[in-house]
Design a protein around this ligand. Structure first.
Ligand SMILES: Nc1nc2c(ncn2[C@@H]2O[C@H](COP(=O)(O)OP(=O)(O)OP(=O)(O)O)[C@@H](O)[C@H]2O)c(=O)[nH]1
Ligand SMILES: [Mg+2]
Length: 248
């Protein structure tokens, strides 16, 4: 591409992890820490609502027009792995409307331990656990814990109240990740927010210079979504990439 051509492709950064571990809050923190230095956009994924996008808009960390919701209407995995079309279009719309964007953050719908992004949608991904989910969660493994570009152990300020040893949880994460990074984070701990900011900047730099190759953390394990409106009490579907994988 000639130097004069407009740069339209952003660094696309996914944020996945179980329900309530602090994905939206982490995105708000990243926006707050980098909005003065970078052009940012956010896409949220929710099954039935645009709650996360509304929360982020209310937080006032970014112009509201730069935050858009994709309502997946189904299992969040479908929209971030199996058929990423709707998300890709949403990212590309943002990139076009606010060109040039440096980073677009994509929040996965909150789910269980197994949701990861397709590298067709994001260039890198963060998997978020929190101390309130239990100190042994990092030992449970799975594609996000093992192979996301960054594992975050979030809400470390709550550790004393839930009896979790943050250092041990970080060590468990490191052991599961063969040298990939783990970050202990609390939005109330500025030093940890600074480390998150540095990680995002270093990944952006690696992406722009062509040193970073997006990797697929791997397919999800079988899982189930409770849904009181569904006749079976849950969403039923099959993921094509896991032969015979069906929810009931
Ligand atoms: N104490 C503490 N609470 C936090 C921190 N980060 C997030 N929270 C709280 O954790 C709760 C869930 O945060 P969210 O950011 O909405 O979590 P989420 O992963 O986006 O949730 P879903 O999208 O519903 O899966 C909220 O009440 C936040 O205020 C933190 O660093 N410390
Ligand atoms: Mg959220």
């Amino acid at each position: 591409m000639p130097d004069s051509a407009p740069r339209t492709r952003s660094f696309r950064l996914g944020v996945a992890g179980p329900v309530g571990t602090g994905k939206s809050s982490l995105i708000a923190t990243v926006c707050q820490a980098l909005a003065d230095d970078l052009e940012l956009g956010v896409i949220t994924n929710d099954i039935f609502t645009d709650e996360d996008a509304r929360m982020l808009k209310a937080a006032g960390v970014l112009d509201a027009e730069r935050i858009r919701a994709v309502e997946t209407g189904a299992c969040p995995h479908t929209a971030i792995r199996d058929d990423v079309t709707e998300n890709l279009l949403a990212v590309e719309d943002l990139e076009r409307d606010f060109a040039p964007l440096d980073v677009v953050l994509v929040e996965s719908g909150g789910d269980n331990l197994t949701a990861t992004f397709s590298p067709a949608l994001v260039d890198a991904q963060i998997f978020v656990l929190d101390v309130a989910g239990g100190g042994d969660v990092a030992r449970k493994g799975g594609p996000g814990i093992g192979r996301a570009d960054l594992l975050v152990v979030n809400k470390t300020d709550l550790a004393p109240y839930v009896g979790v040893d943050v250092a041990a949880m970080v060590d468990d994460g490191l052991a599961a990740r063969e040298g990939r990074p783990v970050l202990a984070l609390s939005r109330h701990d500025q030093a940890s927010v600074g480390r998150l900011r540095e990680w995002v900047l270093s990944m952006l730099e690696a992406h722009v210079s062509g040193r970073h190759t997006p990797v697929d953390p791997g397919p999800m394990a079988p899982h189930f979504h409770a849904d009181p409106d569904h006749p079976d009490g849950g969403l039923t579907h099959t993921h094509a990439h896991v032969p015979g994988h069906t929810h009931r």
